[in-house]
Design a protein around this ligand. Structure first.
Ligand SMILES: Nc1ncnc2c1ncn2[C@@H]1O[C@H](COP(=O)(O)OP(=O)(O)O)[C@@H](O)[C@H]1O
Ligand SMILES: [Mg+2]
Length: 194
């Protein structure tokens, strides 16, 4: 059985996979969908509600051509998107192991943030779990159901995740070295707590 449309995903926190008669393994699930690996380079995200699918489709299709930081989209349906499978690790997994954050990685993260700004996303933020290395070692960002919806001008979630790993202070030190102006902006936002 290789018909992923037979997979049934229903709402829940996280969503529930009610049936999967296919051999495609579940990679992960969240509040909006469940993701299955189709091949070495493709996966399918099946949504619990069509509206989530529509919103993520709009983000990926409107901006995907203009940037290298989103997964490629291969095919879409009313409740699914077939997209590039990112081999990993996620930044969460990477930093949990390394227990330190380099200046180079900080620059990469700053560049992701700048790219989100230039794409005019509403949410200038991502979690460490949603930033994943592709097979060429480039970081991409997944989970865009709310990228045009949630208004956030500073990376609150990213800071929270880095703080939890004990890496926020080092990260911000690197930001201060590299981009003092950005550092000042973020320092103000941290005080106000968005
Ligand atoms: N393109 C992808 N490549 C590899 N893993 C992915 C991909 N998309 C999603 N995942 C995995 O599946 C999980 C759930 O997907 P996500 O888009 O976050 O769903 P939700 O919108 O429900 O939160 C992610 O946290 C990640 O581990
Ligand atoms: Mg998610």
């Amino acid at each position: 059985m290789n018909d992923f449309t037979q997979i049934v995903v229903t709402p829940g926190k996280p969503v529930q996979v009610q049936a999967n008669p296919t051999a495609y393994p579940l990679i992960g699930k969240g509040l909006q969908g469940a993701v299955f690996k189709l091949s070495e380079d493709r996966c399918v995200k099946i949504y619990s509600k069509q509206i989530y699918c529509l919103r993520e489709k709009q983000v990926l299709q409107q901006t995907g051509e203009k940037t290298a930081i989103l997964p490629k989209v291969y095919e879409t349906g009313e409740n699914y998107i077939i997209m590039e499978y990112l081999t990993g690790p996620s930044l969460q997994e990477f930093l949990e192991k390394s227990k330190t954050i380099s200046e180079d990685l900080t620059i990469e993260i700053i560049n992701l943030i700048k790219e989100l700004r230039s794409l005019q996303f509403m949410r200038i933020d991502f979690s460490l779990r949603h930033s994943i290395y592709d097979k060429n070692g480039k970081l991409k960002i997944i989970d865009h159901v709310n990228s045009f919806k949630i208004q956030r001008s500073f990376p609150k979630r990213l800071f929270k995740d880095l703080k939890q790993l004990g890496l926020l202070v080092t990260f911000l030190d690197h930001v201060n070295n590299q981009e003092p102006y950005l550092y000042e902006q973020w320092k103000k936002s941290l005080k106000i707590k968005d």
